[in-house]
Design a protein around this ligand. Structure first.
Ligand SMILES: [Fe+2]
Length: 333
């Protein structure tokens, strides 16, 4: 039996900081408030190692951070650029299509709040399945997000946890025959819920959304279903319930059934997920290429709010020579 390696294998220049894995397959936490991203930001080698750690572990948590919004933006710029040599020059910070709804911090800050805006395009119905909101950020863009940084400043006393799931582990746990079947396929992603929200709130769809390619009112893109993460080289499953509408090469019935299976594969395997209970000013940084996430709307009519930076990465690709995470790390249990 070979287990997943501990986070210490991926810390590099961050190894002086206390860190532990929250689960074997996803999530690493820096529990000490002595570990501050505002200090890590000043050292490019540490920022690069942080990007690599996030890409390996899917999501990384930092406790009670003093990082200001301008520095959060700078960290967003740096993570992608320092993480690998192929990061496109034209990829900046994402501007959400409906960011004008809550514009106080600038077009490139996504305000995550229970009041409305980008995280609440539909009214919450407590009788609908919570698992319907699993997603990766902005996969309806031709150039979607690589890293996201979320700082939560206003929280309910209890509730409002966020869950993440590993796309590497979701891929690795499919049978080889099913993996092979999915490898050549592409899927159509659409963020039409934001068109509806914009229309009903009389907002324009923002243009030039962090990349010259991400423009126009049509919020849709076609991406490979199996995606290679360029930082780790690992393969991951790249479909999500919120934005992936159909598999292009299949009939509508086939597509619906395969997507339903894959969405359940992500939401029903809690051993490839991590759940985080926020404290004020905690920060989570995740790799949108290789994880999914969803918030938990169990806290009633109170305010829950934070600021998210989503940097843009590369056009999603599948490298047939890339390997699975389990294969590279020799994880067999
Ligand atoms: Fe999100």
């Amino acid at each position: 039996m070979v287990k997943a390696p501990h986070a210490s294998a991926f810390l590099g220049s961050l190894s002086a900081f206390e860190a532990y894995d929250v689960t074997p397959h996803i999530g690493t936490r820096f529990p000490s408030t002595a570990t501050q991203l505002s200090a890590i930001l000043k050292d490019d080698e540490k920022v690069k190692d942080l990007a690599h750690l996030v890409s390996q572990r899917g999501v990384v948590f930092f406790t009670n951070q003093d990082l200001e919004i301008q520095d959060q933006k700078e960290l967003g710029y740096k993570l992608g650029k320092l993480s690998w040599s192929g990061h496109p020059e034209t990829s900046g910070l994402h501007v959400h299509p409906i960011s004008e709804d809550l514009p106080e911090l600038g077009r490139d800050v996504g305000i995550i709040t229970s009041k409305g805006g980008i995280a609440a395009p539909e009214k919450h119905n407590f009788r609908s399945r919570a698992s319907k909101d699993w997603h990766s950020d902005v996969t309806f863009e031709p150039i979607p997000s690589d890293y996201a940084i979320l700082k939560m400043h206003t929280l309910p006393e209890v509730g409002g946890d966020t869950l993440w799931a590993s796309a590497y582990e979701a891929y690795d746990r499919l049978s080889p025959a099913f993996q092979k079947f999915l490898e050549g396929l592409t899927a159509y992603h659409n963020g039409g819920q934001f068109n509806v929200y914009a229309k009903t709130h009389n907002l324009p769809i923002q243009q030039n959304r962090g990349s010259p390619v991400n423009s126009g009112d049509d919020l849709s893109a076609t991406h490979p279903i199996i995606r290679t993460n360029p930082v780790t080289g690992y393969r991951g499953l790249f479909v999500n319930k919120a934005f992936t509408k159909r598999i292009v090469e299949l009939s509508p019935d086939e597509s619906d059934n395969v997507l339903q299976y894959l969405f359940r594969h992500i939401s029903e395997n809690h051993d490839l997920q991590v759940r985080y209970r926020w404290e004020q000013n905690d920060i989570a940084i995740w790799d949108n290429r290789s994880t999914f996430h969803t918030a938990t709307k169990d806290y009633g009519n109170v305010l829950r709010s934070g600021n998210r930076i989503a940097s843009l990465g590369e056009r999603p690709f599948f490298d047939p020579n890339s390997k699975s995470r389990r294969e590279v790390l020799n994880i067999q249990d």
